[in-house]
Write a protein that binds this ligand. Structure first.
Ligand SMILES: [Zn+2]
Length: 283
């Protein structure tokens, strides 16, 4: 099984995790920028972090044979802090970088006017830089937050197929399904979404435009829950091709829209990268 984790915060993980992931078939990851637990107090704190996401972390991943790309944004939570907002003016220089494959995570945390503004401005940046957008949905008041997310995405004029709406569950999936946007699911050990529940959703909604991630960070999380979801799919009667589509070809297609996904030389006889604009080899 080859696995592409489309949303995982490797900054918070150890080299043991990289080793386990590589052994489990996790060959590629996308690391969205997000908050760091401890609130940032100035824009420089963001730029050091962004530099690490496009410099140090891909180097660390490569030592384990894992291909690393990033998404860059002011996250929804810190969009409320006037000390952090000036970073919005610094984003363009990062959105030009080779290994940046989307604008994200953007979206809502508490649904404040400040979050509206940052969300709107960053969707406009995604359009301007011709990048997909990775949208976080709030953990509290989730249905209302997702509804408002879909309204703002529609008003922004971004092509829905270039937007992934993440952290969905059984309630909010209905609000995104049929919109043309991609549906992201974060699988956690205890909360939010489990492999068996994910399998049920795949039975109901199919495998098209579905992204499954571990979203692993500093909280209780597990970077191998993508593998566990693949195994749960097989046990439930899905075929290997379905698993490959959900865990590999879908994220390749979504982030391939950036024109910057660089997965290295394609394995011999491999035809599944065809159709998306993906660079092979080089850097
Ligand atoms: Zn995240």
């Amino acid at each position: 099984m080859r696995i592409f984790d489309p949303h995982i915060h490797m900054t918070s993980r150890t080299t043991d995790d990289y080793a386990r992931m590589a052994a489990a078939g996790v060959l590629a990851v996308v690391e969205p920028s997000f908050w760091l637990g401890q609130p940032r107090t100035n824009p420089g704190s963001f730029t050091d972090y962004f530099d690490s996401l496009v410099g140090w972390e891909p180097y660390r991943a490569a030592q384990f044979g894992v291909v690393h790309h990033a998404t860059i944004a002011l996250n929804p939570k810190e969009a409320n802090d006037p000390r952090c907002r000036p970073v919005l003016d610094l984003l363009p220089r990062y959105l030009d970088k080779d290994r940046v494959v989307a604008v994200g995570e953007i979206g809502y945390d508490s649904m404040t006017p400040e979050e509206d503004d940052a969300f709107e401005r960053q969707l406009a940046l995604a359009v301007e830089y011709d990048l997909p957008a990775l949208v976080h949905t709030p953990h509290r008041d989730k249905a209302r937050g997702t509804r408002r997310t879909m309204e703002l995405v529609a008003a922004s004029g971004i092509e829905p197929g270039r937007v992934a709406v993440d952290h969905l569950n059984e309630v909010t999936v209905e609000l995104v399904h049929g919109s043309g946007c991609w549906m992201g699911f974060s699988i956690y050990p205890e909360t939010k979404m489990s492999p068996p529940r994910m399998v049920e959703l795949l039975r109901t909604y199919g495998t098209e435009r579905v992204l499954v991630n571990s979203a692993a960070d500093w909280g209780v999380s597990d970077p191998l829950l993508t593998l566990e979801t693949g195994n749960a799919m097989l046990a439930a009667g899905f075929g290997e091709d379905d698993v490959d589509r959900v865990l590999w070809r879908n994220p390749v297609e979504f982030y391939g829209q950036s024109g910057r996904l660089d997965l290295g030389p394609a394995p011999a006889g491999e035809a599944t990268f065809a159709g998306s604009s993906i660079k092979r080899g080089g850097s």
